[in-house]
Design a protein around this ligand. Structure first.
Ligand code: PLP
Length: 397
């Protein structure tokens, strides 16, 4: 009897955070006060001025019709405007910008827009799990792009074999990075674009955390590299920088042919995001970014507190310049999974085991700073009470 489920989906692991969520629910039902340092979803509210614009647009019935397939003009122009202001990059809002229902959706659909089944895709290891699973769903062949702590989690193209370089059709990059919190200067993108051009590889840069930075660091855009538009697209999201995770709004910019191909897939599947959400998001992108700075200073405070606390238990991690993650080595004698389970079962603290981000993540764990300071304090107190011993240090750049 058929299961009526494709072999491809039968081979798909359940989404990491939905598994952790199940465990969390079970413990909460038993009365455990669980502290969730797992998923990277901001706990802070969406700024009022964005919610106000949404409320205003909800009173206009003309907003209740379908959006244009590539998103509303105001939002695409706001994205182009943001790129000019933030990166001095010129974008044509009609051909080089596309509205997305969250960047996760766009990333997943961009893969079949750029590769055919059997084509190879270079996936950062460790990296955001969606790159791998969406490549698998598109029938692509995942090839690890190892990111080593000794290289500051930057790709080392000279270590890739000639066969891999010839086989690869697409490469993912993500800075500030999830889960490593690594950041780069423009030279890394310059090198990536030169490498990709030489081997005719399309590039997707995921800039979901592009505005979540500390200590005056401004994360570059890959489109600042001359001629990057010949082969690259860049994803952006309002989820983290404007605390809009549930609104599902993001964008992709760059190479117009890739964007047209992605738009072609999407117009056959969805009809863009609800217009009031796009207009409120445009308001966010057109703002003076004071709320982004306020958020960053809250994350910075949490980050410093957590780094201090980790130091207290022997985990020395260099302060990252972006994202709201800490990527750290697990204590001696544990695998990533065993450590995550110990913290959940004995301390009621959820962290993400490093191996869920790819084979190179084994031996590490990720902390997300998306809970208020008093909860972080409590998490630290509980972790300390476990009396753990730690072996190696990881620099975060
Ligand atoms: C690296 C990275 N890219 C993309 C996303 C997706 O963000 P969204 O779909 O909310 O725009 C996330 C979310 O956690 C992420 O960590």
């Amino acid at each position: 009897m058929s299961s009526f489920v494709s072999k491809r989906v039968q081979g798909l692991p359940p989404y990491l955070f939905s598994v952790i969520d199940e465990k969390k629910k079970r413990l909460q039902e038993k009365g455990v006060d669980v502290i969730d340092l797992g998923i990277g979803a901001p706990d802070l509210p969406t700024p009022d001025f964005i919610v106000d614009r949404l409320s205003k647009e909800l009173n206009d019935p003309s907003n209740f019709k379908y959006s244009g397939y590539s998103g509303c003009q105001e939002f695409r122009e706001a994205v182009a405007d943001f790129y000019k202001r933030q990166y001095d990059v010129e974008l044509d809002p009609n051909t080089e910008v596309l509205t997305l229902i969250g960047s996760k959706e766009g990333i997943a659909h961009a893969i079949p827009a750029m590769i055919d089944p059997g084509d190879a895709v270079l996936i950062p290891d460790p990296g955001y799990p969606v790159y791998r699973t969406a490549t698998y769903l598109a029938g692509g062949d995942c090839i690890d792009l190892p990111l080593d702590s000794n290289d500051g989690y930057r790709p080392n193209f000279s270590r890739l074999s000639q066969t891999i370089c010839e086989k690869a059709k697409l490469m993912f990059l993500n800075y500030p990075g999830n889960p490593t919190a690594a950041t780069v200067e423009l030279d890394v993108f310059e090198e990536a674009v030169a490498f990709a051009k030489k081997h005719q590889i399309g590039v997707i840069h995921d800039s979901a955390y592009g505005l979540v930075t500390f200590d005056q660091f401004h994360a570059p855009s890959i489109l600042q590299v001359k001629n990057a538009k010949e082969l690259a697209i860049e994803f952006g999201s309002l989820s983290k920088s404007f605390n809009m995770t549930g609104w599902r709004i993001g964008y992709v910019v760059g190479n117009s042919k890739i964007i047209r191909a992605l738009s072609n897939i999407k117009s056959n599947i969805d009809t863009s995001q609800f217009l009031p959400i796009q207009k409120a998001a445009a308001e966010a992108l057109k703002s003076d970014y004071k709320t982004v700075e306020q958020n960053n200073s809250i994350y910075n405070e949490r980050l410093e507190k957590m780094l201090d606390a980790l130091k207290g238990i022997g985990v020395n991690v260099e302060k990252p310049r972006g994202s709201f993650f800490i990527w750290a080595p697990v204590p001696k004698g544990f695998t990533s999974q065993q450590f995550a389970e110990k913290l959940l079962e004995e301390a009621g603290v959820i962290i993400t085991p490093g191996n869920s981000f790819g084979p190179s993540g084994e031996g590490y764990f990720r902390i997300s700073l998306s809970v208020p300071t008093n909860r972080l304090d409590e998490a630290v107190r509980r972790i300390k009470s476990l009396n753990l011993e730690v072996t190696k240090n990881v620099p975060n750049h």
